[in-house]
Design a protein around this ligand. Structure first.
Ligand code: DAH
Length: 332
């Protein structure tokens, strides 16, 4: 026998351990186990040996081969971990490096407006409530005194969701359905605001977006009057815009309020701007929520939240709020 198998195994062990990377190991692998390797040569000569030797040598060759295979695969796993770490290190992105310290992000101008309004009303003793963006027909329309087929429903370009009966499920067209949910869930007295995202199938232009934000207000208590509504909105105007601003109410129509009004503010230059719809909660709406209009009365209002942001910052295109161009957003 011309190969000392034990010595060969020792050499093999050293060669495997010395392979510095996966490429070097691949070469060692071919040298030790390939067709031209010493082990392969011994094997090919087994046929020439006498049967007793063949049995002993054959078994030992297989043992050595198995052991060399094991060593190689162990070393391969070891090197692979190292290689992965190297790739990770080489491809690492230092995200802290970008404009460090100078250009911290901040809240979006709509979020700032949203939070400012919440702070203001919470300061006046209101709580903040929320409702689902996917609504049922009853909360968005029915309970708000829009009967089925009532033309007032056409004021809203409703996006319906394919769920349940046709037109039974929709993306809420206003935050008013949250009024209903609040009245269903809690007993008066209620002093709540309800900010949120609303949806209409409108084409985007400078004053319309298919997705926008509103903030709803609802007060239900004993003996609430139209004077309370006017006083509250006036207090809001001064607190939000400053003492140079005043407000007025103009008659209007909404199915869920009676009487209904539009709320305008007067800017220091004397011009008027329409900001919200409002009115006294309609007795039918109170009844829909299980409240007796003989005992309870209330007022409600609904602002376009994005509009307030535009107005406050002198922005003239609503679409800017949704483009997420940081050169624009960075100004606020
Ligand atoms: N929901 C109305 C709209 O989207 C706005 C509105 C008007 C809300 C009058 C009110 C209200 O609460 O009393 O057009």
């Amino acid at each position: 026998m011309d190969l000392d198998l034990d010595a060969h195994l020792t050499t093999a062990e050293a060669a495997v351990a010395d392979a510095v990377d996966l490429d070097a190991l691949a070469i060692v692998d071919t040298e030790l186990l390939g067709r031209k390797s010493a082990l392969a040569t011994v094997r090919s000569r087994l046929g020439d040996m006498d049967p007793d030797d063949r049995k002993v040598v054959g078994r030992r060759v297989n043992e050595v081969r198995t052991e060399v295979e094991r060593l190689i695969s162990e070393r391969r796993a070891e090197l692979a971990v190292g290689a992965r770490a190297e790739v990770l290190e080489a491809e690492r992105l230092d995200l802290t490096e970008f404009d460090r310290g100078r250009r911290l992000g901040h809240r979006h101008v709509v979020t700032q407006t949203w939070e400012r309004l919440e702070d203001l009303f919470v300061g006046m003793g209101y709580t903040v409530a929320e409702g689902p963006e996917i609504e049922d027909e009853w909360h968005n329309f029915g309970a708000l005194n829009f009967p089925l087929g009532h033309p007032a429903r056409d004021m809203y370009d409703t996006l319906y969701v394919e769920y349940g009966e046709p037109q039974s499920t929709l993306l809420r067209t206003h935050t008013s359905p949250v009024q209903i949910r609040v009245m269903e869930e809690q007993e008066p007295p209620i002093y709540s605001i309800m900010p949120g995202r609303v949806f209409r199938s409108d084409t985007a232009d400078a004053t319309h977006m298919p997705v926008f934000h509103q903030i709803e207000g609802l007060v239900v208590d004993r003996g609430i009057t139209f004077g309370d509504l006017a006083g509250t909105l006036d207090a809001f105007t001064t607190a939000y815009f400053g003492s140079e601003f005043t407000s007025r109410l103009r008659p209007s129509y909404f199915p869920f309020t009676e009487p209904s009004a539009e709320f305008d503010i007067r800017r220091p230059d004397g011009s008027w701007l329409e900001l919200a719809g409002c009115g006294m909660v309609h007795p039918e709406v109170l009844r829909s929520c299980g409240l007796d209009p003989e005992d309870w009365s209330g007022f409600a209002f609904g602002f376009g939240l994005d509009r307030l942001a535009l107005m406050r910052h002198g922005i003239d295109d609503l679409r800017e709020l949704f483009r997420n161009d940081h050169r624009f957003l960075g100004q606020f």
